[in-house]
Design a protein around this ligand. Sequence first.
Ligand SMILES: [Zn+2]
Length: 567
Amino acid sequence: MQLLIRAFTAGDRSEPGIPVISSRMQSFLSSVSKRGCLMYRIRRCCLASVLLTLASVALFSQEAPPQKGTNPPKSSGKGDIGVQVQPAAPPADKKITPEEARELFASIDDTLAWLSKDTGYAIRKKVVGELASREQVAKYVDEKMNEDEDAKRLERSEIVLKKFGLLPREFNLHKFLIDLLQEQVAGYYDVKTKKMYLLDWLSAEAQKPVLAHELTHALQDQNFDLKSWESPKAPKAGDKEEYTFDEDEASTARSAVAEGQGMVTLVDYMLRGSGTTLAQAPQVADAMRKAMTSNSDYPLLDKAPLMIRESLVFPYGDGLTFESALLQRGKDAAFSGAFRRPPQDTHEVMDVAAYLHNRPAQWMVIPDLRPELGSKYAKYDEGSIGQLDTRILAQQYADESAAKDMAEAWRGGAYYAAENKDPRLTGTARIGLLYLSRWDADDSADAFAKTYADYLPQRYSSVKRVTHKDTACADSDCKSSYFFETEEGPVSIVRIDGAGVLVCEGFDFDVAGRLEQKLLTANPAKTVQVQLRSLMSPLRTSAVIQQAVGRMLVDNVEKVIPIMGIH
Ligand SMILES: [Zn+2]
């Protein structure tokens, strides 16, 4: 196997002097980055590992002499670099030597100084490095897992995610998380101890690039107190006016800022010496973003459901795109500015114009539906379905292009789940769902209703379309609406006024009618309730999961680095 990487060469492309990533490099990067970064809070170490690998590639590229014979055509000055990847035996632990460790710790100061210039963040304190052993890291992870509320929330959401078809019915989320936890960890900056932990079983050279990413978090922490900044709380509601604030969405958006910045600095670190930065070469961000979401050969991530993969990559991929766009407005806008005024939700991350014009999304109102549930059901869960969630849902139900269109057309979404008390029902059959969404236009709402209906046979084994009339239909004959009988009860997908779609699954028709009516009279509403949760975000907000993903990534790094021969 031979992989020729022309990394960041100047010349022979349409924009001379601008670095490019060759498609081969992209596929290589994708194979690395697809080790993926799940949701959010964990992210601290997660993508760092992707970055670690990317940066390692860049390091090798910078240091390697040109490869003889198979060189791509030479371009101006900066040089094309050939890096050969050869099959090799699985790498053994390469324990760091005391001298290497000393040198690595010494490089913290230099890297921090370089980062401070790159980001504009002041260095307020020296960052102390510490070596950690596998045992120490394992213990750290165990402790984190036990106190991680997001991981518990995620497990509770499992059945609702299954009902939506976002996780396969037979998927064992707990086992998947445990598998993640059993992987290795990358070096990481711990906001609690304020230390940069480096690993005693990886070589110094392999860990240097991760410093650029992780120490960015140290600078963010020194300037903005990262831990509290990343856990925004809704302000107390005023007497007269309520406002929109979804803590989960806000937290996810902030993670995209923190990780996006860490990606920017890593790319800049890779480009150092080339005389250019990401600000001058925004197409590098796009290439990396794409690389992160293309396919990989790595089993754990490959068998992870789309929702898990996409959620993992979001803070890094979309965060990088967001930060790269802000960089066009200057360093302050992209770094300190984004911390002073962070995006409020995934909508503002995915649509930079909405952020720049300060147009946050409107959230749906979910009234108290308990009286309408009657005695047969109990409330199980409720929350928002934001723009990112919608993109993931549409990609699962249709394809990438539908996902892009529907995410752009998204104007709000919320769900409500209730549990049927009948003890004979098991699994998702116990769960009744209500899902209200709003779109930019009637056409988009029609398209979403159809996509939702078309995917039902993938979610239920028995799906029979039935004729039904619903008073909520936007058109009197309910032509754009869909009604089905399934093995888990009736499903209605009703096109409602105001470019909306109201989905009701698993409730008896009479209960469904009562719920729909109450929900619709509450929406649209003058006041907006404060939403505190969102369906998929525990995946993105769990520190344990993020660290787990980091371990998965570095596992790959360990495999890749030793087999990279330079010729
Ligand atoms: Zn990070």
